[in-house]
Write a protein that binds this ligand. Structure first.
Ligand code: RNT
Ligand code: ZN
Length: 415
């Protein structure tokens, strides 16, 4: 008996159909962030990431242009099984003749046309979009949408409004929704004298952004909260309470980034809480080490818990996006390791006998529940993963050797 057949039997003992799990896994879209490839720099001159976020490391081979980044994405995505979407930031506009002439508040759909052509060419499922409210001269005193300076506040409102129009175009072109996620770095390093006014200004700005006409069936807007960032330790305008109430009262989505909470808070527990009130929840899957450090996603317990909640809550309700940026290792490898780990964790979740376990909980059969959950941990998940890769043409699993070759041939030539 080959390894997959024997794994299949082991899972069948728990009533789990491995073929079904494999087929389901291949259908769950993961939105892969473009910004792992270039350390969140973008093409519009903003420079290194700032605003409480930081990319550390100087591994050679960073992509500096659309040509380089799209080449890297093409290669990296070819090593990632499953349905993929591309997550873009506004700072990745391809401005052409408009470079130096227009600012972020005037970006138009055409500045993203090369991305659309590229995404169609490599067969992506859709494109998601983010206004880039950081790494820019108009971030004044660390503030954007909550700034007391009307010129600054209005600039970022216009940028987000322009982003909705771009998103509409991306959705139209790709024939799939576009998630627009708004994250702003706004906050204070030290104890503020007024915690309410910045939040009222942020609320007003968001209302102004949403007041533009956009197709709500195609463009989903999300707001991403945060607890603190480097240099913004004492107060974050867009914290969890602010955005959850904002999203609930405006009929938009919350985006949960698992690096954005106190270290003992877990996003796995927040997903079902939100699903009790919202049709959809968006995620930034990342790995925080002590803080929102955006390390590459590893195959860890909390990732598995998050994926269990996605699978149990309904994978169509959770929009999975990745958000990490490690500049200290080969960036292609960083991308692939993180994406594959999310897929492995989704597979792990799909291979749980969820109905059976839920039944034990409802019967208060806690002894058996613990026993079963622990037994399940030792089942041969790796053999099912190998079968998944083989079935969809990603085996033999020599992807890392190919990354090393690409580094030699392409990345190391970038000086
Ligand atoms: C920052 C947020 C935000 C960014 C990306 C680049 O703390 O997580 O989502 O990382 O938009
Ligand atoms: Zn994020």
């Amino acid at each position: 008996m080959n390894r997959y057949d024997s794994a299949k039997e082991a899972f069948a003992k728990f009533g789990v159909d491995t073929d079904r799990a494999i087929a389901a896994l291949n259908e769950i879209p993961v939105s892969v962030h473009c910004w792992q490839g270039d350390d969140v720099v973008g093409f519009d001159g903003g420079g290194a990431a700032s605003g409480g976020i930081q990319t550390t490391g100087n591994y050679p081979g960073r992509a500096r242009t659309f040509e380089e980044l799209s080449e890297d994405i093409r290669f990296a995505f070819s090593l990632m099984p499953g349905k993929k979407r591309l997550n873009l930031h506004a700072s990745y506009a391809i401005l052409g003749d408009d470079a130096g002439k227009i600012d972020r508040d005037a970006y138009r759909p055409e500045h993203f046309a090369p991305w659309v052509r590229f995404a169609k060419e490599i067969g992506l499922d859709g494109i998601d979009f983010n206004p880039t409210c950081f790494s820019h001269a108009m971030v004044k005193d660390g503030l954007t949408l909550s700034s007391p300076d009307e010129d600054v506040r209005r600039f970022w409102v216009r940028h987000c409004q322009a982003s909705l129009k771009i998103a509409e175009y991306l959705a139209e072109e790709m024939g799939s929704h576009c998630l627009v996620n708004i994250w702003v770095p706004d906050g204070y390093k030290d104890v503020p004298a007024d915690r309410l006014s910045p939040r009222l200004r942020l609320k007003k700005s968001l209302d102004e952004i949403l007041s533009v006409n956009y197709n709500k069936n195609k463009v989903y807007v999300a707001v991403e909260s945060k607890v603190f960032g480097i240099g913004v330790e004492s107060y974050t305008v867009g914290n969890n309470e602010f955005y959850q109430n904002y999203a609930a009262t405006r009929g938009i989505c919350c985006l949960l980034d698992n690096g954005h909470y106190h270290p003992t808070e877990v996003v796995s527990d927040k997903i079902p809480s939100l699903l009790a009130f919202y049709d959809k929840v968006a995620l930034h899957v990342t790995r925080g080490v002590r803080w929102d450090s955006d390390h590459v996603i590893l195959y860890e317990d909390e990732l598995k818990e998050i994926c269990k909640e996605i699978v149990r809550g309904g994978a169509d309700k959770v929009m999975i996006g990745l958000d990490y940026f490690d500049a200290s290792i080969n960036r292609i490898s960083a991308w692939v390791v993180g994406q594959r780990n999310v897929q492995k964790a989704l597979l792990f979740a799909l291979l749980q006998p969820n109905d059976y376990l839920r039944g034990l909980q409802d019967k208060a059969a806690f002894t058996r529940l613990m026993y079963a959950q622990e037994e399940l941990k030792m089942l041969p998940y790796g053999d099912v993963w190998a079968e998944y890769l083989k079935k969809y043409g990603y085996a033999p699993d020599d992807w890392f050797v190919r990354v090393e070759e690409y580094e030699k041939k392409v990345l190391s030539k970038r000086k």
